[in-house]
Design a protein around this ligand. Structure first.
Ligand SMILES: Nc1ncnc2c1ncn2[C@@H]1O[C@H](COP(=O)(O)OP(=O)(O)O)[C@@H](O)[C@H]1O
Ligand SMILES: [Mg+2]
Length: 496
């Protein structure tokens, strides 16, 4: 494997390692490099110091021997010279000593048994010199400042090497101890860094397993981690918010679907009822004509049949009109055509239209029509509002008395329709002006739940307001307040 591949593999392994291992490797790496460099520096310093000590030591000896040898060299007294040199035997590091005269002839020598047997042919020119395994000193022998010979001493490096080796071992041992201490320390401190990360990872895992975004990571004490955890918690809060929003939208969508389905089933039932009745009437007439019995059929019954058919037809077209109005309102196409409208006329017209229903319900209608000032309104739409309110009063009024009151003041007209019927609970009143909202049981009362919604849209398009006051079982009063003149901006406004 090439060195490059090895480096790549090591860095890949390092990247894949846990944060815990990375921290330990980083601390240990840094400590070991620092200790190694410090150890090398100490060792170099040690070698230099030991060399200096050796040089000083051997040169001191050389100087003493050289000055002691002056007389023996002068008189070429080999015996005396050898005796002087023999004193070197007490210094175990000195392997050999040779004395040369000025013509480089060896006058005397000292050799240790294990060392070189012969003096080198000439002493070195250098004052001292290190070779791989020994150290040589050349000391001139002087007589009154004249060089009469040279003393050569060769010392081994054993002592110096031993000292350096001992120091190196001590240094190595210290490095080993320091590395152990660093390892122990790094194990103890790595969790300060890695614990918050593990905690964060644990929280993230729990959240993803449980899908519970209300869980939060615990705050960390150091700056970067607490920033990270803050950002993490912030993100969770956003996710939670979005989840809630999705939940809400889903609920809304489900509600809308439910309301639509309910509406479809009610609408089809509501539309079918007048159609069935109409069909029954038509079939009867068809049979009478077919069997040529029409002239013998009692005239009163025939007229009643036609009147019923007419009512059912009106009921059917009102339902269709309501549905069309809802579409108009949602698409913003409810336009007003204001003209002068006399409320009194409107009330009478509506009562005429509802005559049959009123008769069937047996409710008595009391009128309290004050105020003569006509308003600038869309006649057809105001009639529609009143028709809705009075038909509700008749439908839900339980046959009790109904009061229709109108009055006008300086710039507005107030119309109220009061009944003493089933009433509406406070809870149901909240949403009653919404599309398809119904409070009464659909088993007892038909209806699409559009009358109040459309009425409110019309009243508001005129710049007015509609209010409900009711209590369950006691009756209901609906009050409409209309400005006498539709403000310019409201005229033909798109009412959504
Ligand atoms: N005068 C009233 N008395 C009691 N309940 C009423 C009265 N007017 C309206 N409501 C309630 O309000 C609901 C909505 O009325 P409306 O929009 O006219 O729809 P619909 O009459 O077709 O049901 C009715 O279903 C009924 O429960
Ligand atoms: Mg109604």
């Amino acid at each position: 494997m090439k060195p490059l591949q090895i480096t790549a593999r090591i860095s890949q392994r390092f990247q894949q390692a846990t944060i815990r291992s990375k921290i330990i490797v980083l601390i240990m790496g840094t400590v070991l490099v620092a200790l190694f460099l410090a150890g090398v520096a100490l060792l170099v310093d040690d070698v230099l110091r030991e060399r200096r000590r050796l040089v000083a030591n051997v040169m001191g000896v050389a100087q003493v021997i050289s000055s002691n040898s002056t007389a023996a060299v002068t008189f070429r007294d080999k015996n005396a010279l050898n005796e002087i040199l023999a004193s070197l035997a007490r210094r175990p590091n000195i392997l050999m000593a040779c004395v040369y005269d000025s013509s480089l002839k060896v006058l005397g020598s000292f050799t240790r048994p294990q060392a070189l047997a012969f003096c080198p042919p000439s002493p070195s020119d250098q004052v001292y010199e290190f070779s791989w395994d020994n150290f040589t000193v050349s000391e001139p022998i002087l007589l009154e400042n004249t060089r009469i010979g040279t003393l050569l001493i060769i010392s081994d490096l054993r002592e110096m090497r031993e000292a350096v080796l001992v120091h190196a071992l001590i240094t190595l041992f210290t490095i080993f101890l320091a590395a152990l201490a660093a390892f122990w320390l790094s194990r103890r401190i790595e969790h300060f860094v890695s614990d918050p990360l593990h905690e964060l990872a644990r929280t993230a895992r729990v959240i993803s397993e449980k899908g519970d975004y209300s869980i939060r990571a615990e705050k960390a004490s150091d700056a970067e981690m607490s920033l990270l955890i803050e950002a993490f918690n912030h993100m969770l809060a956003r996710v939670e918010e979005q989840n809630q929003e999705h939940e809400r939208l889903l609920q809304e969508a489900q509600n809308a679907v439910r309301v639509r389905d309910e509406f479809l089933s009610i609408a089809s039932h509501e539309l079918r009822t007048p159609l069935t009745s109409l069909r029954g009437g038509m079939e009867l007439i068809h049979r009478l004509v077919d069997k040529d019995l029409i002239s013998t059929y009692p005239r009163q019954r025939l007229l009643k049949l036609l009147a019923t058919n007419d009512q059912e037809f009106t009921r059917f077209s009102r339902l269709v009109d309501d549905l069309l109005d809802v579409t108009r309102i949602s698409s913003g196409h409810l336009t007003l055509r204001p003209e002068l409208v006399d409320l009194k006329q409107v009330v009478h017209k509506v009562l005429r239209q509802l005559q049959t229903e009123i008769n069937v319900s047996r409710s008595s209608i009391a009128l309290d029509l004050k105020g003569r000032e006509p308003g600038m309104w869309d006649r057809f739409r105001i009639e529609q509002v009143l028709l809705n309110l009075v038909s509700n009063a008749v439908k839900y009024g339980g046959g009790n008395a109904i009061t229709i009151a109108t009055r006008t003041d300086e710039d507005s007209a107030v119309i109220s329709v009061q009944d003493h019927g089933i009433g509406i609970s406070a809870n149901d009143q909240i949403n009653l002006f919404q599309r398809f909202a119904r409070a009464a049981s659909s088993r007892h009362f038909g209806g699409l739940g559009l009358g109040l919604y459309i009425s409110r849209q019309i009243v508001e398009a005129h710049g007015g307001k509609i209010q409900i006051s009711s209590s369950l079982g006691e009756g209901t009063t609906i009050t409409v307040e209309l400005p006498l003149r539709v403000a310019e901006r409201d005229r033909g406004r798109d009412s959504a």
